[in-house]
Design a binder for this molecule. Structure first.
Ligand code: NAD
Length: 495
């Protein structure tokens, strides 16, 4: 049987890629190739940008209510097609269908938020800023904007971007991850069915070369990027050098601080859920437990006992709790850490049955007494490997969080409200959880890390997302009585 080929989506329709570079889409659960994605040529990227450019004036001119209506309809269509979206997503990514459904639910929140744009895009108005003069601000779209997204959230992260971008009157070109590209086409089709005009949303498939073409295209006014830190930094630098507005979210090393007074069972449940959910391939995954004082001796066995019960398996197994990693190379890289030094491997995920099969599985792994100079601690492993660093005091734990080059998310587990309040105040990190291990903000706040986890100024989605996709114009307006008009070369004063 011929291999399925994943097309682009340009000007409201699927377009077969004409390029020569063909990239494999794996089934991570079996280790077999399931499809091919053809990397977009420069001409195809240009065609997508051109379609977006042509569609933008008309889409911008659509009333706020009309744009919001499209978002309402899109929301309903995503809701009605959750299962299809989740199944497609799982088949290429490998995460469990329940986990994929969770991703879609969180993505959907962004469509719901964006549907409130008529309220959110109100400007300000100052009557009588000077005698007979009114001043007001308006938020206008940028034009054509692009999104470049990672493999780990192929539905949610694009929705973080395009819902707000579109409702603000921009048109959009998405470059999804080449590792799980198909769900982007289903989203494109749902947007079309919701009434979005052709050309307002486009998808170009591929990898670095497609991104480079978007960054070099003068008609692309802004780029939203989510992925690893080295690429985020490079995209930010190239995009801003080309005069574009860029927000580039990078990698993470999220610390969960456990104080000695924490409820051990609750903390262990949270560490296991946030450390191994989606096989650790979440930018908000907990990858380091910082156990303070006596918390270490309590939490390590509590985590280990829970690992023994995790069911590892393919997304087609309805009872599976943790799926495979995205590619063989990535699985091997993650497994390689377990052969390294700098910590005591308490549970070795290479020894699970699933890890011996042809799929890209690795069991949950736990490493205690991790040395902060070791690769366990310094690298974003992005797999089901949870490190435990033991410290004696709160101050030592805080110093680890704050000295870390990443600053995406962090959490504290304690029953002491004063300690939690202090941590929230002190942590040099964009998102903080108090007894919440994955503090992903709801869609009406904004998502973003600090330090090497975000390049740019504005966080993604929510109010900051709308600010990213709009620019402000301030109008100073006077309707004078011609009889009062005169020449005055002095600097305009308001008093
Ligand atoms: P990645 O950086 O390899 O790829 C991300 C996107 O960039 C993909 O679309 C890819 O095709 C493209 N790309 C890859 N190399 C490129 C290059 N040299 N130049 C231009 N574009 C390039 O990331 P990934 O492996 O797909 O995703 C995992 C990473 O994303 C992890 O580091 C994770 O922490 C991070 N992530 C961060 C967030 C966040 O919100 N901060 C969210 C999800 C994932």
């Amino acid at each position: 049987m011929a291999m399925r080929v994943v097309p682009h989506w340009i000007n409201g329709a699927r377009v077969e890629g004409a390029g020569e570079r063909r990239l494999p889409v794996w089934d991570p659960a079996t280790g077999q190739q399931q499809a091919t994605v053809v990397a977009a040529t420069g001409a195809e990227v240009r065609a997508a940008v051109r379609a977006a450019l042509d569609a933008q004036p008309r889409w911008r001119a659509a009333s706020l209510s009309r744009r919001a209506e499209v978002m309402f309809r899109f929301r309903d269509l995503v809701d009605a097609n959750r299962e299809q979206l989740a199944t497609l997503l799982s088949a290429e990514h490998g995460k469990t269908v329940a986990d994929a459904a969770g991703e879609i639910a969180r993505g959907l929140e962004n469509a719901e938020f964006a549907a409130g744009a008529p309220h959110l895009l109100k400007g300000g108005y100052s009557e009588q800023a000077a005698t007979g003069v009114d001043v007001y601000s308006i938020m206008q779209p940028l034009g054509v904007v692009a999104g470049v997204t990672p493999f780990n959230f192929p539905a949610m992260v694009p929705m973080w971007m395009f819902c707000n971008a579109l409702v603000a009157g921009n048109t959009f070109v998405l470059k999804p991850s080449e590792k799980d590209p198909s769900v982007s086409l289903l989203l494109a089709d749902l947007l079309r069915r919701a009434g979005l005009p052709d050309g307002a949303f486009n998808v170009v498939q591929g990898d670095k070369s497609a991104v480079d073409a978007l960054l070099a295209d003068p008609d692309v006014r802004a780029v939203s990027f989510v992925g690893s830190t080295p690429v985020a930094r490079a995209v930010y630098e190239a995009g801003t050098r080309a005069g574009k507005r860029v927000q580039a979210l990078g990698g993470a090393k999220n610390h969960m601080v456990v104080l000695p007074d924490a409820d051990v069972d609750a903390a262990a449940d949270a560490a296991v859920s946030a450390g191994y959910g989606s096989a650790g391939e979440r930018c908000m995954a907990v990858s380091v437990v910082v156990a303070v004082g006596a918390a270490g001796d309590a939490i390590v066995p509590a985590i280990a006992s829970r690992i023994a019960k995790i069911r590892v398996g393919p997304a087609t197994d309805p009872d599976a709790e943790m799926g495979p990693l995205i590619t063989r190379e990535h699985r091997d890289r993650v497994a390689g850490y377990l052969a390294g030094s700098g910590g005591t491997v308490v549970v070795d995920g290479r020894e699970t049955d699933a890890a011996r099969g042809p799929g890209f599985f690795l069991g949950a792994s736990l490493v205690d007494d991790v040395d902060t100079g070791s690769a366990f601690y310094t690298d974003e492993i992005f797999g089901p490997v949870l490190s435990v660093v033991r410290v004696e005091t709160y101050d030592e734990a805080l110093k680890l969080v704050n000295d870390n080059p990443y600053g995406n998310g962090t959490a504290i587990f304690t029953r002491d409200g004063g300690a939690a309040r202090r941590f929230q105040y002190d942590a040099v990190c964009g998102m903080v959880g108090v007894n919440v291990p994955i503090p992903v903000p709801v869609a009406y706040y904004s998502f973003g890390g600090w330090k090497a986890s975000l390049f740019g100024d504005l966080h993604m989605y929510g109010p900051e997302g709308l600010r990213f996709y709009t620019r402000t114009k301030v109008v100073t307006s006077r309707w004078p009585d011609p009889a009062t008009s005169e020449v005055d070369l002095g600097f305009p004063k308001v008093r």
